[in-house]
Design a protein around this ligand. Structure first.
Ligand code: KIV
Length: 280
């Protein structure tokens, strides 16, 4: 089965069909997301927080990202698979192309994503020229959260909003096929969406984007260390897991598990011949 292409993603901007994107970091979850029919699966550097227990996304590098992207790549048959370029991996155009190629050749990714920094248009353009589709990311860019005053709403004042709009335009001009808008006022996201030819994908950016992305562990209630306002939790898997583990715990303690159904038995005639302490 062919993966969803850049052309198909661009087409959705024209038809108005919303783009659905989620993150994955491992084989089983990626398979479930792919089977659910979503458009884009991002191996996000949110891997750092939600899977590896680190505090900041800039604490993961190419080694961790490629390791997880490979696992996700083994499961994804239909969605576009995208690798999130980690902090430090796209400082220069040459480094960016080298690392973007690793996502494509080692982890079968069909695209990569970079977060905005001054001058990143050159990086985006170099990746594009290497024939690797690239998605931009503006607004709250977690890799540089410390420079942005923390993980908080960006573009609240007119000047800051204007800067984000310019960044999005620059990334479009540089050849990005789509842009993530993170944690900005809905009105600013709507303006960007209206003024770009490429699709916008919002996270904490209101309803008027061309698509939406969430961190899957947030949506599933598997990551509870912090809870941004823009996250909607659709199920509480943490509670479900604790319930199941609690049941296993008590069944092991009381001897209820394993029962005959979950055990193997030997033919009684054969069993008689078994010598305890005998030679093999
Ligand atoms: O790393 C990530 O999960 C992301 C998404 C929030 C877009 O960049």
């Amino acid at each position: 089965m062919a993966h969803i292409s850049v052309k198909q993603i661009l087409q959705k901007k024209i038809t108005g069909e919303k783009i659905v994107m989620l993150t994955a970091y491992d084989y089983p979850l990626a398979a479930l997301l792919d089977e659910s029919g979503i458009d884009i699966i991002l191996v996000g550097d949110s891997l750092a927080n939600v899977v590896l227990g680190l505090e900041f996304t800039n604490q993961v590098g190419m080694t961790e990202m490629i390791h997880h992207a490979k696992a996700v790549g083994r499961a994804v048959r239909r969605a576009m698979l995208e690798g999130d370029m980690p902090y430090g991996s796209y400082k220069t155009a040459a480094l960016a192309v080298k690392n973007a190629k690793r996502f494509v050749t080692e982890a079968v990714c069909g695209a990569v994503k970079i977060e905005w920094f001054p001058g990143c248009e050159k990086v985006a353009s170099a990746i594009g020229k290497a024939k690797i589709p690239v998605m931009g990311h503006v607004g709250l860019t977690p890799q540089r959260a410390s420079e942005l005053g923390g993980l908080k709403l960006q573009g609240k004042e007119a000047q800051a909003a204007g800067a984000i709009i310019r960044q999005a335009k620059l990334l479009e001009k540089a050849g990005c096929f789509s842009i993530v808008l993170e944690c900005i006022p809905a009105q600013v996201a709507a303006m960007i969406t209206k003024n770009l030819r490429i699709p916008t994908i919002g996270i904490g950016a209101g309803a008027n984007c061309d698509g939406q992305v969430l961190v899957t562990y947030d949506l599933l209630g598997l990551f509870t260390r912090f809870h941004p306002k823009f996250v909607k939790q659709y199920v509480n898997l943490s509670d479900e897991i604790k319930k199941a583990v609690g049941q296993f715990f008590s069944e092991v303690k009381t001897g209820k598990f394993p029962d005959a159904e979950h055990s193997f038995s030997m033919d009684p005639q054969e069993l008689k011949k078994v010598k305890v302490g005998g030679h093999t």
